[in-house]
Design a protein. Structure first.
Length: 101
């Protein structure tokens, strides 16, 4: 998995937080709301998250850790699934379909 440059993540996170403060100060201002949502979307794309809050949390975790540690703790939990667990049922239980029969 490719990770974004930490400098870019830090810059986008600062912008997101600044627009968040501005939106909280003036929630009825459509210009501020649009800029806040745009920066939230950019952060989502950078961090690979669907929600701006999750993206901001992921960006903070990424900036605090090493890239390897971040990948191991993706989504707040370590990856423990083995490759063999994802292969499916054992061969004896697989159904075999033959063409033409």
């Amino acid at each position: 998995m490719l990770l974004p440059a930490k400098a870019e993540v830090a810059r986008q996170l600062r912008r997101y937080r600044a627009w968040e403060r501005a939106m909280l100060a003036a929630p009825a201002d459509l210009t501020v709301r649009t800029a806040f949502e745009d920066h939230g979307y950019t952060l989502c794309v950078l961090m690979g998250k669907r929600c701006a809050r999750e993206a901001a949390d992921a960006a903070e975790r990424y900036l605090r850790s090493t890239p390897t540690a971040y990948l191991l703790e993706q989504d707040g939990r370590p990856r423990t699934a083995s490759v063999s667990a994802r292969r499916g049922p054992p061969r004896s239980r697989r159904r075999r379909f033959h063409a033409g029969r």
